[in-house]
Design a binder for this molecule. Structure first.
Ligand SMILES: [Fe+2]
Ligand SMILES: [Fe+2]
Length: 265
């Protein structure tokens, strides 16, 4: 059995502090074999730098970093992405030219090989994202049949798209979860007894906020339409994740649980 821990969108400094504070404790309590984080908001709320990517991989021993619509907000990623082997981009996003950047086949600490796919929704998202279902079909076809553990991060606004993808790949993927909304959903379950699913992991960051952004600035923009620079909030930091047991031979999900860590826990 392989234990997979998937951590929701790490938002700015507060989110990174949550990894520093809670990930060692979480490893001790749950002994995950594979740890995946969504890193699209890790650098100041928008994008990812090479320094933070390296911190994730080297200091936190994270096995894969998935992204989302903010993947390119820090322009340096166009350069350092060539040097990464654990970064996964949203395969069908309009500005991701190479779809194969949305699939990585990696080796976990227990020696087991696993595949990670990152894809992006189309509803209420930027125009130009390509068909999710066809893209995921293609990427799943690229995974050798010997790789049984197959994980998909669907980065989408619409809960319906996330659930539809989960059912679409039921039996063909081990674990499907949503990211992007920054709000955790309480619907973790196993589709057809095979594919672990949760509509959204939730954010790892400051919850005294509007989806991670300082509340005053968020309300001001909604009230006035004025676009002042958004800063990530800092108060009430929490880490949200799911942990799933995957059978090594069948690749089927045997259990899935939500996890939440916050300072007063
Ligand atoms: Fe996000
Ligand atoms: Fe996003």
């Amino acid at each position: 059995m392989t234990k997979v821990l998937a951590i929701g969108d790490v938002m700015g400094k507060a989110g990174r502090r949550c990894l520093d504070d809670f990930l060692p404790k979480l490893r001790e309590e749950h002994s995950p074999d594979i740890v995946i984080v969504n890193g699209e908001n890790a650098a100041g709320g928008f994008g990812l730098t090479e320094k933070i990517y390296n911190e994730f991989i080297q200091n936190h021993r994270i096995d894969a970093v998935t992204m989302g619509n903010h993947w390119h907000d820090k322009r340096e990623i166009f350069e350092f992405m060539k040097r990464t082997d654990r970064l996964v981009l949203p395969a069908n996003m309009g500005n991701v030219e190479q779809e194969d950047m949305g699939l990585r086949i990696l080796t976990a600490q227990n020696g087991i090989r696993f595949a990670v796919i990152n894809c992006i929704g189309r509803a209420f998202m930027r125009e130009g994202n390509r068909d999710i279902f066809k893209t995921v079909d293609k990427l799943l076809d690229h995974i050798p049949s010997s790789v049984r553990i197959r994980i998909i991060d669907i980065h989408a606004e619409a809960t319906s798209e996330k659930q539809a993808l989960g059912w679409y790949v039921a039996g063909r993927a081990s674990l499907v979860y949503g990211t992007h909304s920054h709000v955790p959903t309480a619907d973790e379950r196993i589709f057809n007894g095979k594919t672990g699913f949760c509509t959204d992991l939730g954010m790892t960051g400051a919850y005294n906020s509007v989806i991670g952004i300082e509340t005053g600035a968020a309300i001001h923009r909604l009230l006035t339409g004025e676009k002042k620079k958004f800063e990530p909030a800092t108060a009430d930091p929490r880490l949200y994740a799911i942990i799933a047991d995957i059978d090594d031979d069948s690749g089927h999900c045997k259990s899935i649980r939500r996890l939440r860590y916050q300072l007063d826990d």
